[in-house]
Design a protein around this ligand. Structure first.
Ligand code: ATP
Length: 309
């Protein structure tokens, strides 16, 4: 039956003078892949630690899998999978030994499930290798399997793909999709916006708050600022000129092109191109309106919040 895997209301956490989480309220439905994006220090790790029950909030309510986390922390901790950001493996133990350690810790006796997960992750050939001698990507996969040995319905992952090469990142996401298809709800923090696109919903965190929570496609389609993409030479001069234009909110170089987010009340494309062409030495080859990228939406939301602060 569908329900709420996570239900958070008015959550507060301080570390001395640092206000890490500010009046945070949100819900993660059963079956979601809920992505949490945000710059360093936004509060993502703190939030995951609170949801995993390894840290207590100063105020607020957290319900996980239908139960009050603060009342039944032990019971809930055992029923979810948590993969912290820092190394959660024993480097001098083998893959097999690490997994039997996780299984014992979670009181799980399901070798068939572990064998299947090793198959999904293609780690079977490495059972007798020490964790410290695995590649970074394999270590992350092993830690992920370790968090899943007891078949939890909810998986909390703190930056599982940070520092991992692009191919391994893809393999990790394939593994996550496998778990998701088997009905596991996933809450995942990531600094990578391409990963945000793989989530059912994304929350943008900034200074302890969620600035936006929605489906990636809806975040993009509800962005009211037009975006233009211009192929011009030299690209850096074109970018500087666009950034200085009063109608432009932000202009960044992407490969050989400049992308500019334009004010809502706007400007004609031809006007911007004419302004560029009026500058000596800039040659404009192509200009067109393009759909916004999530990065542009988030950069705008954070800038607007900064302006308020
Ligand atoms: N144990 C702690 N003691 C003191 N301050 C802390 C502690 N944990 C986190 N903070 C502070 O709380 C704020 C939020 O930190 P948090 O680690 O949750 O952010 P984050 O979004 O996960 O960033 P990162 O990706 O860098 O870990 C930061 O200002 C951080 O310095």
């Amino acid at each position: 039956m569908a329900g709420e895997a996570v239900w958070v209301e008015h959550l507060e956490k301080r570390f001395g003078a640092v206000h890490a989480l500010r009046d945070l309220s949100f819900v993660v439905e059963d079956g979601e892949i809920f992505g949490i994006i945000g710059p360093d220090g936004a509060g993502k790790t703190t939030l995951l630690r609170l949801l995993a029950g390894v840290l207590r909030p100063d105020a607020g309510t957290i319900r996980v899998l239908g139960r009050d986390l603060l009342r039944e922390p032990e019971r809930i901790r055992r029923s979810l999978g948590y993969m912290p950001q820092s190394f959660s493996l024993y480097g001098d133990l083998t893959v097999r030994e690490n997994l039997s350690f996780f299984a014992t810790m979670y009181g799980s006796r399901d070798p068939e499930w572990i064998r299947r997960m090793l198959g999904f992750a293609r780690l079977e050939p490495f059972l007798d290798r020490r964790a410290a001698q695995l590649s970074g990507g394999m270590q992350k996969k092993l830690a992920l399997i370790g968090a899943m040995v007891h078949r939890p319905r909810l998986l909390l992952l703190d930056e599982p793909t940070t520092g991992v090469d692009p191919l391994s990142r893809r393999e990790l996401w394939d593994l996550l999709s496998e778990f998701h298809m088997r009905g596991v709800t996933i809450v995942v923090t990531t600094p990578y916006l391409d990963e945000a696109e793989r989530c059912t919903r994304v929350a943008l965190m900034h200074q302890g708050r969620m600035l936006a929570v929605d489906m990636p496609g809806r975040l993009r389609s509800s962005f009211r600022h037009p975006v233009i993409e211009i192929l011009a030479q030299p690209v850096l001069r074109a970018q500087a000129a666009l950034a200085a234009h009063p109608a432009v909110l932000e202009a960044v170089v992407l490969g050989d092109r400049v992308r500019a987010v334009v004010r809502e009340d706007g400007v004609a494309l031809s006007e911007l191109v004419a302004a560029l062409r009026a500058l000596p030495g800039i040659e404009v080859q192509e200009a067109r309106w393009v759909p916004p990228r999530l990065e542009e939406v988030f950069a705008y939301l954070m800038r607007r919040e900064g302006g308020r602060g």
